[in-house]
Design a protein around this ligand. Sequence first.
Ligand code: EPU
Length: 418
Amino acid sequence: MEKILVEKSPPLKGNVRISGAKNAALPLLAASLLGTEDIILEDVPKLKDVELMCEVLASLGSRVEYLEDDIIKINSANVNKYETSYELMSKMRASFLVMGPLLTRLGKTKNSLPGGCAIGTRPIDLHLKGFRALGAVIETNHGNIGAYADKLIGDKIYLDFPSVGATENIMMAAVMAEGETILDNAAMEPEITDLANFLNKLGGDIKGAGTSTIRIKGVKKLGGCRHAIIPDRIEAGTFMVAAAITNGDIIVDNVISNHIKPVIAKLREAGCTVIENGDSVRVIGSENLKAIDIKTLPYPGFPTDMQAQFMVLMTLLDGTSVAIETVFENRFMHVDELKRMGADIKIDARSAIVTGVKALTGAPVKASDLRAGAALVLAGLVADGVTEIENIHHIDRGYDGIEAKFSKLGARIYRKTY
Ligand code: EPU
């Protein structure tokens, strides 16, 4: 078993380069199933989830090869399998994103239904609503879900909630459907825009990504391209919080500051100095930070993927802060672990009421999901003594070289095998 050990660390200082975004890399890899020529993806983060998605692609007939540490070449000219294995699907929810591409490329796809996960039930009804609107027949049996269509035909689709995954899956299915698809109340996350830009480079015709209405004109065939993945706004935000809580001074390089406006605004509101400079953001902490409230919302609102990390900040602020989680139904699993480290947090339905404490103390804790794991690393940086984090496979799913990056900033963080 591996654990991450974090000791109370001095104020973190220096530069950190942010990797390509996990949540852009995964849909882009899935979309690579649509291209019939070479696709080269740059700035691919080194993550367990990326490795798994590459395995899924290879199992479907794509050729996937690393040209460099962070550059992948994919050729999907010979994709001929439409079923993914339960074993691969059950390891990563996002593998469900191959459904849209396979449906439009091969006219059929069959996958095991993704199960629940630590942050909520996470249904896929909106993905399926989109596929049905395009003319697919959906069949569920023995834990599998199949989608079948001789021909997909564009339609008007309204999403009841701006789901990121549903927007991506429907966009990928519609890109080669006949006629035009208009997707309303679409998710507006930067990762959606990155996917649309990528599909357009392959030869797609998508307009409006990044707004709530996306228009997709179906094309007959997609080719190849070279594309650099956008920087990970959540990894950036995590390091920015590290600067705030350790009273440090960190320059986060390779960020698009427009993508992290709510994080910047809330850190400033708490009393940090945040300086935006081209593709870097510098965060300088302060001894006198004050309570803030956050409410998670779809983009451009405050990201749910930063809620756990901000909760660590809130435990150290002067006064009482409130975090309201509106995107996922059960994303407070980190709270009990933070309480074991001395945090004062009360949960009332979808709100967490956090009263600032003088100090946290290190303890053995467990990561319940990726962002909860990142929050525990942050808490360990400021807690007296040693914090021993278990279940770190969750952290490896989404943070590329977390110990190396934190160590370079002066953090006392180690990985130990037991
Ligand atoms: N939802 C439905 N029906 C659907 C789809 C979603 O009710 O068909 C609900 C979900 O249950 C949830 C809400 O809509 O309550 C938001 O889900 P969404 O579909 O937007 O999320 P996702 O596509 O499953 C992506 C990220 C998550 C991130 C969310 C929200 C990827 C691979 N994952 O998930 O990232 O939290 O968007 O921004 O892109 C993470 O990186 O730690 C992570 C969980």
